[in-house]
Write a protein that binds this ligand. Structure first.
Ligand SMILES: [Zn+2]
Ligand SMILES: [Zn+2]
Length: 736
């Protein structure tokens, strides 16, 4: 059906409501009747603007610019490829407004009236209402036509659009009739920065008359305020207002009904629900349209969004630029809320890397370099740079995917092109570009840690926008003094970051502590815990592992897991612990006999939950989905805790063990290669992470996984063998 529509002007027999409804006379009469100014009285007529607007199309229509279906939440068949709507009207002698409701808009869709573009749909998957100015004289007396169509060659995009009406007044007047004076405070009545979300009763984000400026960043249904106060104008009507302040705070909501000419005042009180003292809230990946040239958030608006989401340590990472937020933070009055760091998203054809700190407007790393050895040499040779994060490693940019099976073995962290992996951080959650499989990058990271690399796990937002993707939604908590967010010690925070003293947070926060029963000190992410072999041989010695999961009342944790060498070992179900409308904090304790760690290992905790639905903090759909089926998940994990249990005096990674085992294996006189049955026998004392690393190292000697598997490793080598086969296939096909 769709193919037919593609090749001819849209006439959809299945959707008579959008085919050619002629609203003859209706619009004409209404407009004439209401050309006079709207009454400012509080009469019921004023609530809904009945007299000043007319609906030209009611139901939401499902459009798909091209196959295939983008999301399984849409029907198999769309209503049409584009919308063509005809209606009758009379010529407008003053500016009018076209208002419509849209959702799931990802690509560039243009709205035209009588072949003149009015503008584009807002590129935002959230359901929102938006306005288009109809210039004087564009409406014709008689037949008029609205067209909504997607840019040619755009990726497949399923959208919904409808609830279209024309108002006989300009957007400024329409959204300027009523005034809302809002304040966000803490329980001590002190104003705090935050985000105000304005929806109708159905949860649709509603247009706001006021424009950004004076410490406010404003989009459809969204107002970020640096001061905690906001005076905005809106159309009369009924609204739901939700105030929030990012992950750590409660959300407060209220309903209002406001008439034309009326001013309504409300104060919404937020409480801190997630205790994060000594953990600095960092977003390592922040853009502005001012310096990156895409998205919509200006550098001034960025200050309000950072303050409003409670980010204390933002890294400015525009593409191949080094921008200092500080002067703008000063002019916007935001300096007490965060300590900005100058960084750079080194955007190469072989991957994107967030590097910091850098010198504002100073010499940038050479983003033309393709060879990773030269690139990292260049990056770390750039003045001040200490951190280089591998960004969105599973996404395709410039036809290159860093962690494509063509280049990378996920299980063992091997680069198949023998490129140096000198990044010291890696994005596990990029909330602006989440993965269909929310654990995929986590597993990739486990491979790197098993490989013996020191790579700090990172959560970040990659936000280019005010509201489409929320800045700081995924974030990294860094162990450092955060008493004064306006003057965080950058060096100390980066020391901590590089040691892995971090918690990745995306709607949840998990803390992990490890203590052996014969020691007093407890250890956290980034630490190496030494347990003497003597103690290890004592029956009573146990490892006390404590995971604490925290979340605000609007986030819903489902489970927490303890991973050992990248494999889940224990799982605790958290669903019954959550009480509606209360913040969440649950501690899970595991006591593990030390015999269960016959060799060194590393731990991390992972918490997961259901994606956030609340309009004040909705989690996004994948940027480059692998599947039309998607279930949004929240996530948190910790930096690694390394356990030194074998008495060697230093922590050894699975890679280290694999090297030692191969070195110790006698050479088979016949093949001139390690005696595989002997090696397989030695591996029985080691876990699967060591087996995988051994299999990876043997590839260098042209020993295939199947050979060691046949020599005695058995099914413990199958997962690696499968990945290696897939990699071989991807390399033959040159498939990213
Ligand atoms: Zn990027
Ligand atoms: Zn980016």
């Amino acid at each position: 059906m769709l193919a037919k529509i593609k090749t001819q002007p849209m006439k959809n027999p299945d959707s008579p409501s959008i085919a050619s409804p002629l609203f003859n006379a209706v619009l004409q009469c209404m407009c004439i009747a209401t050309a006079v100014a709207i009454t400012s009285s509080l009469s019921p007529a004023a609530w809904g603007l009945e007299k000043s607007s007319v609906s030209i199309q009611q139901p939401l229509v499902h459009l798909r610019n091209q196959e295939p279906r983008e999301w399984a939440s849409f029907p198999q068949q769309p209503d049409a490829q584009q919308l063509d709507l005809q209606f009758e009207a009379t010529a407008n002698s003053t500016p009018f407004t076209l208002t419509l409701t849209q959702s799931d808009v990802k690509e560039s869709w243009t709205v035209s009236l009588n072949s003149k573009p009015l503008g584009q749909l807002v590129r935002d998957e959230n359901k929102l209402q938006t306005d288009f100015l109809i210039p004087t004289g564009l409406l014709k007396t008689g037949k008029n036509q609205i067209e909504i169509s997607c840019r040619k060659n755009a990726a497949a995009d399923d959208i919904r659009v409808g609830q279209m009406s024309i108002h006989c007044t300009s957007p400024e007047i329409l959204r300027g009739r009523s005034t809302l004076q809002l304040a966000i405070t803490n329980p001590n009545h002190i104003a705090i920065p935050g985000r105000i979300t304005l929806t109708n009763q159905l949860g649709t984000l509603m247009p706001i008359g006021t424009k950004s400026g004076n410490g406010l960043a404003i989009r459809e249904g969204v107002v970020y305020t640096t001061t905690g106060e906001a005076s905005i104008t809106i159309a009369p009507g009924e609204y739901r207002i939700i105030a929030g302040r990012g992950f750590e705070y409660s959300a407060a909501s209220t309903m209002i009904k406001i008439a034309a000419g009326e001013t309504v005042k409300r104060t919404l009180v937020l409480e801190r629900q997630v205790e994060t003292s000594q953990w600095v809230a960092c977003d390592t990946h922040v853009h502005t349209v001012t310096h990156s040239g895409h998205g919509d958030c200006t550098i001034e608006e960025r200050m309000a969004t950072l303050a409003g989401e409670g980010i204390e340590f933002p890294i400015a990472t525009d593409h191949n630029k080094q921008i200092d937020y500080r002067p703008i933070a000063e002019s916007e009055g935001a300096t007490t809320h965060f300590t900005p760091v100058v960084g750079n998203e080194v955007t190469t054809r072989h991957g994107h890397f967030n590097v910091f700190p850098t010198i504002a407007n100073g010499k940038t790393p050479d983003h033309q370099l393709l060879d990773w050895s030269k690139l990292f040499e260049n990056i770390y040779g750039t003045a001040r740079v200490r951190v280089a994060i591998l960004n969105h490693a599973r996404d395709l940019h410039s036809n290159f995917r860093p962690f494509s099976p063509r280049h990378h073995l996920s299980l063992t962290g091997d680069n198949l092109d023998a490129w140096q992996q000198r990044f010291n951080g890696m994005e596990l959650i990029n909330s602006g570009a989440v993965q269909t499989d929310s654990m995929e990058l986590f597993r990739d990271w486990c491979g790197l840690i098993n490989h013996g690399l020191h790579v700090t796990p990172v959560g970040c937002s990659d936000s280019h926008d005010v509201s489409r993707y929320i800045v700081g939604q995924a974030r990294t908590y860094i162990k450092a003094n955060d008493r004064d967010p306006g003057s965080i010690n950058v060096d100390a925070a980066l020391d901590s970051f590089l040691k892995g003293r971090v918690i990745v947070s995306y709607g949840l926060m998990v803390q992990l502590e490890v203590k052996s029963t014969d020691a007093t000190a407890s250890h956290g992410p980034g630490d190496t815990v030494s347990i003497s072999p003597r103690a290890a041989s004592t029956d009573s010695t146990m490892l006390d592992v404590t995971a604490t999961v925290m979340a605000p009342h609007w986030s819903h944790p489902s489970e927490v897991q303890l991973f050992v060498n990248g494999v889940p070992r224990f799982t605790a179900d958290l669903r019954s612990n959550k009480k509606t409308n209360q913040s969440f904090e649950t501690t899970v304790k595991w006591q593990i006999p030390l015999e269960e760690f016959p060799h060194d290992a590393w731990l991390t905790a992972v918490a997961q939950g259901t994606g956030i639905q609340s309009p004040h903090w909705p989690t996004a759909k994948p940027y480059q989905p692998d599947s039309p089926i998607f279930e949004s998940r929240t996530f948190s994990c910790t930096g690694p805790i390394r356990l030194e249990t074998d008495g060697s005096g230093k922590y050894e990674s699975p890679r280290d063990y694999a090297k030692q085992l191969i070195d110790q294996t006698p050479i088979d006189a016949e093949t001139g290669k390690p005696d595989l049955p002997v090696l397989a026998q030695a591996l029985t004392k080691y876990d699967e992470a060591v087996v995988n690393q051994t299999l990876a190292l043997l590839l260098d000697q042209d020993i295939e996984p199947s050979q060691l598997i046949a020599a005695g490793v058995g099914k413990r080598g199958r997962a690696f063998e499968l990945q290696w086969r897939q990699a071989t296939q991807a390399r033959i096909e040159q498939r990213e």
